[in-house]
Design a protein around this ligand. Structure first.
Ligand code: ADP
Length: 447
């Protein structure tokens, strides 16, 4: 096992990783920008290194400063958290070249899954179900029409270099296709500097369901069930559940085993998430995230497995601590993302937290780096905490979530807490009856 790990991140996830390290008896090194000198992860770490000014590109994305921080402190491994450098293949390579362990997959696997077309063709080769569509880039309008007619309308045109849900256009028939094709190309060129696009069948009312996997990098892999992250605003997840209200045990085990088997074939190392759109009983691969996800705690709640602990153990060469047959999915968990944003306009609300009282009690977990008097800096994303609630049934979980949301006090800045109070009163939410467009429609009505 490592004796010292550097955490190349900030906020709640830096604290989350720090906690796992402490429980493994590992010394921790925090890195921080000048704006985060008073952050909780810095206060709680054994050592800390300031790596630059507030802007992320000069600090949390500054590979040279982070490698230097490892060398100064003697850290043997780096946990990248999520976001920032967590899916940067070059970062993983540079660490390897310096004999520092990257707590994550190999740089080759990061690269494969970082390119949308390679990721999709790799998934297909590994036996993962994908959305029907073109095999790679579509170059001419004639080709596009042929593919669209083969798979059937509606279709969606997507940028191969896409990200964040940008550069996508839907076409319902041949006449809409040529316009959709040219606008998607122009937008892709402007947004990503690459006009290449591909075509997929458009799914009208899918859910977003993702499978958590763990691989040992030696041909062993398991799955830890699914998370339903259909409630999204602008492709950002807002509320996540495990298990999905839409799946039964057979469906869960079938798609889970398909993903675990794919990871065995790939020799995948570490934690990963395979994301699907799910419609009419079928799964369609959209992407794989080769890192820890924001919403990992709901999987921890229903399985009792510490995913960060597993990531660190695997990176140190140890086997995964559990076998597939030992994993059971107990009860139901929901995560609400608490952002420092206006709950109606979603305008960010940095500033000082004047009062802070997180909820507690059985089945309630709050992962957050904030405290009373903490000043939320304006330079980073607006996630200030995650409320994760676990109950024996979905109903118990919802009742517990209502009372936890009622208890939660964050004064001095606007937060998204009031949005969750409203969602918890909604009958569709109570029934678990929603797709990926549900939240946007609800918010439009609420204006
Ligand atoms: P990005 O990398 O830009 O986030 P994704 O391929 O992950 O792109 O897709 C982002 C979102 O776009 C999905 O979560 C879904 O809402 C929508 N989407 C993507 N592909 C399809 C499709 N074939 N049918 C319907 N919606 C889609």
């Amino acid at each position: 096992m490592f004796s010292k790990v550097l955490i190349a991140n900030r906020g709640e996830i830096a604290l989350r990783v720090l906690r796992a390290c402490k429980e493994l008896g590992i010394q921790t090194v925090a890195v921080h920008s000048t704006a985060d000198a008073n952050a909780m992860h810095v206060r709680l770490a054994d050592e800390s290194v300031c790596i630059g000014p507030p802007a992320s590109r000069d600090s949390y994305l500054n590979i040279h400063q982070i490698v230097a921080a490892c060398e100064i402190t003697g850290a043997e491994a780096v946990h990248p958290g999520y976001g920032f450098l967590s899916e940067n293949a070059k970062f993983a390579e540079i660490l390897e070249a310096h004999d520092i362990v990257f707590i994550g997959p190999t740089s080759d696997h990061i690269k494969i899954m970082g390119d949308k077309i390679t990721a999709k063709s790799t998934a297909e080769e590994l036996g993962i179900p994908v959305v029907p569509g073109s095999a790679g880039e579509v170059k001419t309008e004639a080709d596009a029409k042929k593919i669209a007619n083969d798979i059937g309308y509606p279709v969606i045109i997507k940028a191969t270099a896409g990200g964040g849900g940008r550069g996508m256009k839907v076409a319902n028939d041949d006449s809409e296709l040529s316009i959709a094709l040219s606008t998607a190309r122009t937008e892709a060129g402007a947004a990503f500097g690459n006009e290449a696009v591909y075509i997929e069948k458009y799914l009208a009312k899918p859910r977003h369901i993702e499978i958590q996997v763990l691989g040992d990098g030696k041909g062993g892999a398991i799955h830890l069930g699914e998370r339903d992250c259909s409630l999204q605003r602008r492709h950002q997840k807002v509320w996540e559940e495990a298990n999905s209200p839409a799946l039964n045990v057979e469906q869960r085990m079938k798609i889970g085993e398909t993903c675990a088997e794919a990871m065995r074939k790939l020799n995948y190392r570490g934690a990963g998430t395979i994301e699907f759109l799910y419609e009419n009983g079928e799964f369609y691969f959209i992407e794989m995230n080769t890192r820890l996800q924001v919403e990992h705690p709901i999987t921890e709640a229903i399985t009792g497995i510490d995913l960060v602990n597993e990531q660190i153990r695997i990176a140190s060469g140890a086997p995964i601590s559990v076998k597939q047959e030992d994993i059971s999915f107990t009860g139901h968990a929901i995560e609400c993302r608490i952002n420092a944003e206006d709950s109606k306009t979603f305008v960010p609300s940095p500033g000082t937290i004047t009062h802070y009282h997180p909820p507690g009690g059985l089945g309630v977990r709050v992962d957050s780096g904030v405290y009373q008097g903490y000043k939320i800096p304006p330079y980073y994303d607006s996630l200030i905490g995650k409320l994760i609630v676990h109950g024996r049934t979905r109903n118990e979980c919802m009742m517990r979530l209502r009372r936890a949301i009622d208890e939660f006090v964050v004064d001095g800045v606007n937060t998204t807490i009031p949005l969750f109070s409203k969602l918890l009163e909604n009958q569709d939410i109570v029934n678990g009856d929603y797709d990926i467009h549900w939240l946007e429609k609800f918010l439009a009505k609420d204006e």
